[in-house]
Design a protein around this ligand. Structure first.
Ligand SMILES: NC(=O)c1ccc[n+]([C@@H]2O[C@H](COP(=O)([O-])OP(=O)(O)OC[C@H]3O[C@@H](n4cnc5c(N)ncnc54)[C@H](OP(=O)(O)O)[C@@H]3O)[C@@H](O)[C@H]2O)c1
Length: 339
């Protein structure tokens, strides 16, 4: 059984990671919980064990076979090459390596086979990309997508523990009738608001989050030219990213066939009744991508277009669960180098 280290164990994803690892009975010999010097000495609970958090260092990583990194881009860039040089594998939640040609970007139900060519670093996609890629992948058994547009409704835990605290403080101030504290995480107040900016602006008026969704979807689906346009919006929910997706295909598509493809796709639960749609609250705490409100898009000729709604728990399938599933897949494919 592998030795495991978790960089970022004290964060929003780290907290859920420990719960998901326990639920799935992820096998390991040793579990090290790492963060910065700020958190060194804190106690975290894994099942009935209390484990002391250590500062991330070369020595702390030396024995690890699998390193889960849910920290910052700087931490990923610093520790990734060191972990790979040790002959171990780093499964990275951040964006640092996702588009690097020798780094597989993996949703196991979609492209688990890409793990075969890993060189010591594997990336997991952005938490908005994973549900989109899963749903589109299911539909490729019916037809090939040729154009995709999506708008997101992203929960604040997607920006980490500090953002969740910011929303809670603003809601409490509003509830007490007091002035809302100035935002420190988001560019504007998030309570009672929606913010059409996730991450910094980058090229052609798109944000980095929107560009990540486009590029990562193409890489995971092996459709490098797929036209994808997205608008990423932060909304005042705590957990669960929702998306509205318009997809155009290379041929007319039958809604019944698409529903069946979605029903047959591991990792997806499809709601077929009109009012039986998923919401962030109803999807919180499970590992499935919930798809609903599938309907024709009358703006696309010849019955080649559809619209759907999907929701996924950003901390679980969007981060911790996907990372653990990748590790399980590495073990079952015998792709851990040292163990
Ligand atoms: N939240 C999501 O829904 C989600 C989804 C997919 C991917 N991700 C990615 O997962 C990562 C973590 O996100 P999060 O939401 O958990 O953030 P978070 O709540 O802010 O937690 C950050 C964690 O990283 C640790 N850390 C920060 N700098 C570090 C460094 N230089 N070396 C080692 N540890 C360091 C922090 O430790 P201290 O306690 O010591 O500060 C803390 O444990 C990010 O890359 C994010 O993009 C997040």
């Amino acid at each position: 059984m592998p030795n495991v280290a978790v960089i970022g164990a004290t964060g929003a994803v780290g907290d859920v990671f420990l719960r998901v690892a326990a639920e799935r009975e992820f096998p390991f010999t040793q579990l090290k919980l790492l963060a910065t010097a700020r958190s060194a000495g804190k106690q975290l609970q894994y099942r009935d064990q209390s484990i002391t958090v250590e500062e991330t260092s070369e020595a702390a990583l030396a024995d690890a076979d699998i390193v889960f990194c849910s920290a910052t881009a700087e931490a990923s860039k610093l520790w990734g090459p060191i972990v790979a040089a040790n002959g171990a594998v780093m499964i990275d939640d951040g964006s640092a390596f996702r588009m690097q040609a020798n780094v597989p970007l993996v949703v196991p139900e979609v492209n688990g086979a890409d793990l075969e060519w890993h060189e010591g670093i594997v990336s997991i996609p952005n938490c908005t990309t994973t549900p989109l890629a899963l749903a589109l992948h299911a539909m490729t058994s019916v037809a090939t997508p040729v154009r995709v547009t999506a708008s997101t409704y992203q929960a604040v835990t997607g920006s980490g523990a500090a953002a969740a605290a910011e929303l809670a403080e603003q809601i409490q101030a509003i509830g007490r009738g007091e002035p809302v504290p100035a935002p420190t995480v988001y560019p504007q107040q998030i309570a009672m608001n929606v913010i059409p900016q996730v991450d910094d602006f980058d090229e052609d008026g798109y944000t980095k989050e929107e560009i990540k969704m486009r590029n990562e979807t193409r890489k995971i689906l092996h459709l490098p030219e797929l036209p994808v346009a997205t608008t990423c919006v932060r909304v005042p929910t705590m957990i669960g990213h929702a998306e509205t997706v318009h997809a155009e295909f290379d041929r007319p598509v039958d809604l019944g066939a698409l529903h069946e493809a979605l029903r047959n796709q591991p990792g997806i639960k499809v709601s077929e009744g009109l009012e039986d749609y998923p919401t962030p609250l109803s999807s919180e705490g499970d590992d499935l991508t919930h798809v609903g409100r599938l309907r024709p898009d009358p703006t696309v000729p010849d019955g080649r277009g559809i619209v759907f709604w999907c929701v996924s728990d950003n901390l679980r399938k969007g981060a911790a669960t996907n990372a653990i599933q990748i590790a399980e897949e590495l073990i079952s494919r015998k792709l851990l180098k040292r163990s």
